[in-house]
Design a protein around this ligand. Sequence first.
Ligand code: TYM
Length: 332
Amino acid sequence: KPILFSGIQPSGDLMLGNYIGSIKNWVKLQDDYQCLFSLVNMHAITVEQNPQDLIKRSLDFVALYLASGIDPQKSTVFIQSQVPEHAELAWILNCATYMGELNRMTQFKDKSQKHEHNINAGLFNYPVLMAADILLYQTELVPVGADQKQHLELTRDLAHRFNNRFEREIFKIPEPFIAPATSGGRIMSLQDPTSKMSKSDSNKNNFIALLDDPKTILKKCKKAVTDSGEVIEYDLDNKPGVSNLLTIYSVISGKTIEQVVQHFEGKMYGHLKVELGELIVEYLAPIQQRFYQIREDEAYLNAVLKTGAENARTQAQKTLRDVQHTIGFVLP
Ligand code: TYM
């Protein structure tokens, strides 16, 4: 089977945008690919983290992967920092990446505006570590949200650069798997539908966390910003708020946008918000239930992660050794 890799940073609260943009597709693809799903905590420390919170959140996120339907019998689930090959390959790739390339990364520009007191070198190099994550495993497919497209392009450029320089396929060239906006590749903020939903948003009304309780979910949906006018229709330019709610409804219900619009014909924005809230509550209930079961059993979680890291390491070492040998490192 071809290899699939993806990851999520343990920052903020895992939320509906992450689920729709990535985890939902992981579950869908997990039978057709040999999958590695990583919890990328080395990426998370590019922003200051409280150590105790980071540990707790990391285990929460992994438990949510499993509760959402990732099966550790089929897929490798692991924590990035437990596989040191990621950092080792990242260094090598750093030496083949131009400052100019990293300067062009829009996420770096956004984040350095948000964290202007801590624009560290890790934040700048972040996409190179991401390239290492992917290239270490000879990955063919990377399911992510639309915001990761530019990072994937850099990853592909770096892979080509290496392969061309050494005239051999050292790295597989990975393909992104990104849903179009209408199928959830880019879920927008509930209060500001012109910017994306983000798990580290300081205004928690902007997103629905996977672990929000029913009351909170209903409240956040009711509060969601809609647009002027009163007809429920999909119109990204003039009705970004309503269109976003329709998209979420469509993805969660499995109906097309047209079917959803038809369902709400003659109804008002308020109906859409209430029904959407109820739909999300119902959808998340079994995931939350499984989460609390899994999260309680820390021995089980640790066992999954131990096996995961061992599997990942075995695969990662093959690529890393080959790269080290190829570039002229004396092997032990
Ligand atoms: P992160 O942790 O910000 O987000 C995790 C995943 O959720 C997707 N996503 C969204 N999808 C749709 N709508 C949204 N509003 C939305 N917000 C986030 C992201 O695109 C991502 O797929 N750099 C990555 C983590 C990473 C990675 C990797 C991913 C590190 N190494 C290797 C894939 C392969 C990130 O910060 O994702």
